[in-house]
Design a protein around this ligand. Structure first.
Ligand code: ZN
Length: 393
């Protein structure tokens, strides 16, 4: 059985043989017809159909040595190999093309672009980067070359280079990349925070907010910078801005936010936060934070009352787990029933999706600002199907 994808090759082949027959006379006059073009191509095609691609490549490369008017054919073939994931073969074809001295300028650029994509797909980012940098200086090719470069720098986590490439893209095209550039600055701020370099982190966060003043991640990071420098009031001010940006994300800071209120000894502030932000419990973390708060304030009885009320309105497994734990503390129901309930709740916990990408459906238990599935930026949001029993849109 041969791979039907090779049928695609028949199309350019047909064109090529038509072209050949039209030009055969010229060939004969040039004295180069001792290498018979159609028979060589059909020989090559035959090898392809018999799943002997390397032999086919040999034949096609030989044809190229005789006549470089068949460049299109080679580009098509190389492209097909790359799409099939046969990157080494694609690379060989494209390298061979570029080595031909008699390519036109456009043909050389086209071959460079193909080879750059081979390197990119093979993960040879240094080589791909060099070629895309060359292509980026050619006006007609700059847009896609810069796009690839930004992807390379994202993969290599070279965030400063990624910023400068997208800034260049913005200048050369009509596109607005400010939201992605803001994410790059947030990546830099994350690294600075991990190294405890708070002043650099602050600078990067400022740059991120200058690009996108509604950037939730930068707002979270700004609060973190203030918190690390013991500016708790500023940390609270930054984090409470999230409620207006997207209340679902309050869960990302809720524990530290409550801690900051405690450090400020600001009971009234905490109360108001509970009334406004934790009025609507968008996800499990917010529910847990509220339970923690109520327990500190009203004791176990207060929480039990809240949970019972909450459960009559919401089929929340998290609330059920807490209520169950309180009941167990009081002696529980029966050992056997306790064990069953415990098993069901644990299994549900393990299956719960906490974060979900709205672009590709990637789900997980930790927050990613850059989706590992589709590589989208800010496509993942806190999600809590489990706690409420129904999917909330
Ligand atoms: Zn995704």
């Amino acid at each position: 059985m041969f791979d039907p994808v090779w049928l695609l090759l028949l199309l350019p082949l047909a064109a090529a043989s038509g072209w050949y027959f039209a030009k055969r006379d010229t060939f004969n006059k040039r004295g180069s017809a001792d290498f018979n073009l159609p028979s060589a191509y059909f020989k090559g095609l035959n090898f392809l159909l018999n799943e002997q691609p390397d032999k086919a490549i040999e034949v096609f490369i030989k044809v190229l040595e005789v006549d470089s008017d068949t460049v299109e054919m080679h580009l098509t073939l190389g492209n097909l190999f790359r799409r099939r994931g046969e990157i080494e073969r694609a690379t060989r074809i494209h390298q061979n093309l570029i080595a031909r001295p008699n390519l036109s300028k456009n043909q050389r650029i086209q071959a460079l672009y193909e080879l750059a994509q081979d390197y990119f797909k093979a993960g040879l980012f240094d080589r791909a980067e060099n070629l895309f940098l060359e292509l980026a200086d050619i006006p007609a090719h700059s847009e896609y070359a810069l796009k690839y470069l930004s992807q390379i720098y994202e993969q290599e986590k070279e965030w400063e280079k990624a910023v400068s490439v997208l800034e260049r893209s913005e200048k050369e095209t009509e596109h607005d990349y400010s939201k992605i550039i803001a994410q790059y600055y947030c990546e830099m701020a994350d690294i600075a925070l991990a190294e405890n370099d708070i002043s650099s982190a602050r600078r990067f966060v400022k740059n991120a907010l200058a690009e996108d003043d509604q950037c939730i991640r930068a707002t979270i990071l700004l609060g973190e910078v203030e918190y690390r420098e013991d500016n708790y009031a500023d940390a609270v001010a930054a984090w409470r801005k999230i409620e207006t940006q997207d209340p679902q994300f309050v869960s990302e800071v809720v524990d530290k936010l409550m801690d900051a209120y405690h450090r400020l000894d600001d009971e009234a502030g905490l109360e108001s936060f509970m009334r406004t932000s934790l009025e609507k419990l968008h996800n499990r973390r917010l529910l847990v934070a509220k339970i923690k708060y109520l327990r500190g304030k009203n004791g176990k009885d207060g929480v039990e009352r809240f949970l019972t009320d909450w459960l009559t309105e919401n089929p929340s497994l998290t609330a059920l787990r807490y209520l169950f734990e309180f009941k167990q503390d009081d002696g529980g129901t029966s050992a056997e029933l306790d064990a069953i309930i415990n098993r069901v709740l644990t299994r549900s916990d393990n299956m719960a999706t906490e974060y979900l990408c709205h672009q590709c459906g990637f789900s997980g238990k930790s927050m990613h600002w850059h989706c590992p599935g589709c590589k989208g930026w800010t496509t993942i949001r806190p999600h809590d199907e489990e706690a409420f029993g129904v999917r909330r849109n």
